[in-house]
Design a protein around this ligand. Structure first.
Ligand SMILES: Cc1cc2nc3c(=O)[nH]c(=O)nc-3n(C[C@H](O)[C@H](O)[C@H](O)COP(=O)(O)O)c2cc1C
Ligand SMILES: [Fe+2]
Ligand SMILES: [Fe+2]
Length: 395
């Protein structure tokens, strides 16, 4: 990536990862991603905000060289996860005058994860400022977006807020700024669903920290920058809010021989007829990131699975475990499926989902569902509709 000037003296020097298909061995990346790093040249000192994933260290060093950087004084570490910190040791070797500026918690993680020596750290406190001469960095602790140590850096004179994972999107693009809002919205929602959603209440607090600032540009460490910060702030407000729950049921299904699929399809069409939106999702072949994204707003989750070796199919158990860990704002949870002779499918799934939601009566049918069985599926659809009405999610 060429050196790109964001405003005078502030450059984007990170790397685009067009080919990456999965992140954290968990999140599929249909659009790739980027690891953004930023160089700030003050009249006296030069700072680098974050580095890049270790697989892209060469690209970062090349960009720094191209930018004519001979000396780096400070490497600001916003977050210790290796996609941003992993190149710090190599940058420290290439720029031996540099020190790592970060908070105490992040220093601890960086010591554990990268074995950076004690003397290379300068510790900062929440709200502390660091002068680069004509430019000033102010550090703002924004924990849990994504790890407990994550902080943002506000460039006071230029009103740029560097937020690391917060507001990031998994989107490889050569465009510096978010222009196609649809693409960025989807990439950012995917990011939010899997990284931020579990910490919804803390994200709300961090949003108010950002709103108190006068920000011209939000510069995250994945995906494009935002010249209109309201776009991404408003999207986040929507996603974290309990008031924006959708009249939608997500149906995640697995079916080996088609019986459970018939039940899932019938539930979907019955719900749609009754005015409840549906997202039907194949848990084996589908993109689990889309499943997570649909949970950002959905009121109900139904897991549809055959009984396999006395319990749910492992893909159904995995999806239930993930839904539980992501802590979405959904209100209702149910289990449906086909079985041959018996097992503990519903108990295992209901035991896995420990969120404060209402558990609907499970509906398990022996073998291929007959007309009576399908009527029972219609009954479940009616129950879901009534629950949505009672909870004022549906009119
Ligand atoms: C590998 C395998 C293991 C199974 N284990 C069980 C079981 O432990 N208990 C049970 O009731 N049925 C078991 N069954 C039967 C299925 O639950 C039954 O065939 C069901 O109708 C399959 O639904 P499907 O058509 O949606 O795949 C098993 C089937 C397979 C293929
Ligand atoms: Fe992260
Ligand atoms: Fe990240």
């Amino acid at each position: 990536m060429p050196e790109i000037e964001i405003v005078k003296g502030v450059y984007s020097v990170g790397a685009i990862d067009w080919d990456r298909t999965i992140f954290d061995e968990l999140i599929p990346l249909p659009e790739g991603t980027s690891y953004n790093a930023y160089l700030i040249k003050g009249s006296e000192k030069t700072a680098l905000i974050d580095t890049v994933d270790p697989t892209k260290t060469g690209a970062l060093l090349a960009n720094l060289k191209k930018a004519g950087v001979e000396r780096i004084d400070y490497i600001v570490a916003s977050h210790a996860e290796q996609d941003h910190s992993g190149s710090i040791p190599v940058v420290l070797e290439a720029y031996p005058d540099a020190v790592v500026v970060t908070n105490a918690k992040c220093k601890g993680f960086l010591t554990d994860l990268l074995h950076i020596p004690e003397e290379k750290f300068v510790e900062v406190k929440d709200g502390e400022e660091l002068s680069l001469g004509d430019k000033t960095l102010r550090f703002l602790f924004t924990p849990w977006v994504h790890w407990p140590e994550t902080m943002s850096t506000y460039l006071v004179e230029d009103k740029i807020l560097f937020t690391c994972d917060f507001f990031g999107s998994h989107l490889a693009t050569s465009k510096l700024f978010a222009e196609d809002h649809h693409d960025v919205y989807t990439g950012a929602k995917r990011y939010y669903a899997e990284i931020m959603m579990p910490f919804r209440s803390i994200v709300k607090k961090n949003l108010s920290i950002v709103e108190e600032l006068d920000v011209n540009i939000i510069a995250p460490s994945h995906g494009p920058l935002y010249r209109n910060p309201e776009f991404i702030i408003n999207a986040y407000k929507d996603w974290v809010s309990d008031d924006t729950i959708e009249n939608m049921a997500v149906i995640g299904y697995v079916s080996m021989h088609g019986s459970t699929r018939i039940m899932a399809d019938r539930l979907a069409s019955s719900l749609i007829e009754k005015g409840v939106h549906v997202h039907l999702f194949n848990l084996v072949t589908g993109d689990i990131g889309e499943f997570a994204m649909s949970l950002v707003d959905a009121a109900t989750l139904i897991i549809a699975t055959p009984t396999v070796l006395s319990g749910p199919h492992p893909a159904a158990l995995g999806a239930t475990y993930l839904a539980n860990a992501l802590r979405p704002k959904m209100k209702f949870f149910g289990v449906i499926g086909s079985y041959g002779w018996g097992g503990r499918t519903a108990d295992i799934l209901n035991g896995t989902l420990t969120l404060k939601v209402e558990k609907l009566e499970p509906l398990l049918i022996k073998g291929l569902p007959n007309e009576d069985g399908l009527k029972m599926v219609d009954g479940l659809a009616e129950t879901i509709k009534q629950k949505h009405i009672e909870a004022r999610i549906m009119k």
